[in-house]
Design a protein around this ligand. Structure first.
Ligand code: KIV
Ligand code: ZN
Length: 520
C-alpha cells in the first residue's frame, strides 16, 4: 500500500453492553449501562448494541433511554428470530436517530439438531420470515448465522442468500465458539462474497470470540478478505473467554495501518477512559499482562529495557500510551532496575540527588527489591529520606489502629507526620475498616482528592501472603496512583492512599524541587 492510496474505513460495532454483558458476573444496572453508552459515543464507535430488549423491563428502558439520548450514534436492537423479540427491539429503539435490528439464528448442524431441533429448511424458512417481518419496521437489518464458523459452507451460502433476498443489509459472520483459525476464517469471507447472490449489496461483518486467543487475528483476517465491520467489546469482555477486544483491534489497525490499508473512526485519546469506566461498572479487573490496558502493558522492569527507553522510547515500545490517554508510568522499580532508572524516577518527584546520595540509595533499593517484588513509590521515598537524612514525603503514615467486628461501626485512628515533622492523630468511623481509615486520612490531608479506586492483589499464597494495594485519587481533574505492599491489607491500602495523595501533592509542587534531598 502506498502513502497516496485511500484507506478502507472499518466500522466499529460495539457490543460491550450486549455480548460483553453476557460474561459471567458482568451484568450492569440500567443506569450503569447509560454511563457506558455515553462514553462509547464519545469514543466514536459507529454502532452501539446496548442490550437485549426482550430480556427484562430494566434492560428495555435502558435501551430506550440510550436510543433517545445518543442521537449521533447508530443504535442496534438485538433479537432472536422470534416476533416478540423483534417487536421489543423495534419499540426500544424507536426514538433513535439512526437504528438497525440484529437478528440471529443458529446455522451449525450441532445447534440445529440439539438446540433448535429444526431442519435446515425450517431454519432457512424461519430466517426468511423474520427478516421480512423486521424489514417492515426498520431499513437496516443485520443477520447473524450463529456458529457460522462450524456450519456447512453450502448451507451458509443458502441461508445468507435467502436473508439478503428478504432485505438483510448487513451479514455478520460469528465465530461463536472461538474455534476458527485466521487462515480459515478470512477466506470464508472471500468465498461468501463470491458465491452468494446479492453479496455485493450488503456489508460483511466479523464477530469473533476469544476461546483460543485468536479473536483479534480472526477479525483482522476477515478484514483482509473484505469485511468492513467488526463486532468488538471494550476490554475483550464477553461470553467465556470474551469477544474481540476493541482496543486491541483498533490499536493493531492504527499501529499497522500502512500494511493493513484500513482505518477506523475511533478517538484514541478516549480509549483508556472507556476501559476504566467499563472495568469499574462491570467490576471486571483487567489482567496485568493484557495488551493495551493491562497494568504492565507499558511498564518495564529490566534495567536494559529501562535504559533503552529513557534514551528513546521506541527502543521497546511500538505505541504511545499517552495517545490513548494512559498515564505514563513506564518505569517499574524492581530488582532488575539500574541506577539510571532509579535517578529518573526520583527526579520525576522533583528530587535531585548528588552522586554519593544516589549510590547510597541504590544499595538500599537493591536490598528492598530483594525483599519486596516491586519497590513502590512510598517505599522509594522512604529510602530517599534515609539516603539523604531528610523527609521528602509531604505526608507519612506513622501509626494505624483499627477495630473491626460484626456489630457497630468500625473505628480507626491514624497518625500522620507532615514533612516539617508535625505528628497528629485522627479518628474516624465507617461501615468497614477501610472506610474508617479513609475518613481519618481525609482529615489529616485536607486536599486528599477523591478516593476513586482501590485494587488489591495477593503477591503470593498462604495466610502470610503480602498484599499489594493500588489506590487512585482524582485531584484537579487528574488521576494519581499510589501503591503499597504489606501483609496487612488495611495498612497497605492506607499507605497506598497516602502515597497517591503525596504523588498529587508533589506533582503540584514539582516547580519547587524538594530541597532537603535536592542536592542543594
Ligand atoms: O457469538 C455469537 O454468535 C453472537 C451472535 C448472536 C451474533 O453473539
Ligand atoms: Zn457473540
Amino acid at each position: 500500500m502506498t502513502m497516496t492510496e485511500a484507506k478502507r474505513r472499518i466500522r466499529i460495532f460495539d457490543t460491550t453492553l450486549r455480548d460483553g454483558e453476557q460474561a459471567p458476573g458482568a451484568s450492569m444496572k440500567p443506569e450503569q449501562k447509560i454511563v457506558v453508552a455515553r462514553q462509547l459515543a464519545k469514543l466514536g464507535v459507529d454502532t452501539i448494541e446496548p442490550g437485549f430488549p426482550i430480556s427484562s423491563p430494566g434492560e428495555f428502558k435502558a435501551i430506550q433511554q440510550i436510543s433517545r439520548e445518543l442521537q449521533e450514534t447508530e443504535i442496534c436492537g438485538f433479537a432472536r428470530c422470534v416476533k416478540e423479540d423483534i417487536d421489543a427491539a423495534v419499540e426500544a429503539t424507536r426514538d433513535a436517530a439512526r437504528r438497525r435490528l440484529h437478528l440471529f439464528v443458529s446455522s451449525s448442524q450441532i445447534h440445529m439438531d440439539f438446540q433448535l431441533r429444526k431442519t435446515r429448511d425450517q431454519v432457512k424458512q424461519l430466517a426468511r420470515e423474520m427478516v421480512a417481518y423486521a424489514r417492515q419496521f426498520v431499513d437496516e437489518i443485520e443477520f447473524s448465522p450463529m456458529d457460522a464458523s462450524r456450519s456447512s459452507e453450502e448451507f451458509l451460502y443458502e441461508l445468507v442468500e435467502a436473508v439478503i433476498e428478504e432485505g438483510a443489509t448487513i451479514i455478520n459472520i460469528p465465530d461463536t465458539t472461538g474455534y476458527a483459525l485466521p487462515e480459515e476464517f478470512g477466506p470464508l469471507f472471500s468465498r461468501l462474497r463470491q458465491n452468494v447472490r446479492g453479496a455485493d449489496r450488503v456489508i460483511f461483518s466479523a464477530h469473533c470470540h476469544n476461546d483460543l486467543g485468536m479473536a483479534v487475528a480472526n477479525s483482522l483476517a476477515a478484514i483482509r478478505h473484505g469485511a468492513t465491520q467488526v463486532e468488538v467489546c471494550i476490554n475483550g469482555v464477553g461470553e467465556r473467554a470474551g469477544n474481540c477486544a476493541l482496543e486491541e483491534l483498533v490499536m493493531a489497525i492504527h499501529t499497522r495501518s500502512e500494511s493493513l490499508g484500513v482505518e477506523t473512526g475511533i478517538r484514541l485519546d478516549q480509549l483508556y477512559e472507556t476501559s476504566r469506566i467499563v472495568s469499574r461498572m462491570m467490576h471486571f479487573p483487567i489482567a496485568y499482562n493484557k495488551p493495551i490496558f493491562g497494568r504492565n502493558a507499558f511498564q518495564h522492569e529490566s534495567g536494559i529495557h529501562q535504559d533503552g527507553l529513557l534514551k528513546n522510547r521506541s527502543t521497546y515500545e511500538i505505541m504511545d500510551p499517552e495517545a490513548m490517554g494512559i498515564p505514563r508510568e513506564m518505569i517499574v522499580l524492581g530488582k532488575h532496575s539500574g541506577r539510571h532508572a532509579l535517578r529518573h524516577r526520583v527526579e520525576e518527584f522533583g528530587i535531585r540527588l548528588r552522586d554519593d546520595q544516589l549510590e547510597d540509595l541504590y544499595h538500599r533499593f537493591k536490598a528492598k527489591a530483594d525483599e519486596l517484588k516491586i519497590v513502590t513509590d512510598d517505599v522509594l521515598l522512604q529510602l530517599v529520606g534515609e539516603a539523604t537524612a531528610s523527609s521528602v514525603e509531604p505526608y507519612s503514615l506513622v501509626d494505624l489502629q483499627v477495630v473491626s467486628g460484626t456489630q457497630r461501626k468500625r473505628m480507626a485512628s491514624v497518625t500522620i507526620r507532615t514533612s516539617d515533622g508535625e505528628e497528629r492523630t485522627f479518628t474516624g468511623t465507617g461501615e468497614g475498616p477501610l472506610e474508617a481509615v479513609i475518613h481519618c486520612i481525609r482529615q489529616a490531608i485536607p486536599d486528599a482528592g477523591e478516593f476513586e479506586d482501590l485494587e488489591l492483589h495477593s503477591l503470593s499464597t498462604g495466610e502470610d501472603a503480602f498484599g499489594e494495594a493500588t489506590v487512585t485519587v482524582l485531584h484537579g481533574g487528574k488521576r494519581y496512583k499510589g501503591t503499597a505492599i504489606d501483609r496487612d491489607i488495611i495498612l497497605a491500602s492506607a499507605r497506598a492512599y497516602v502515597a497517591a495523595c503525596n504523588s498529587a501533592c508533589m506533582s503540584r509542587n514539582r516547580q519547587r524541587p524538594v530541597s532537603a534531598a535536592a542536592g542543594q
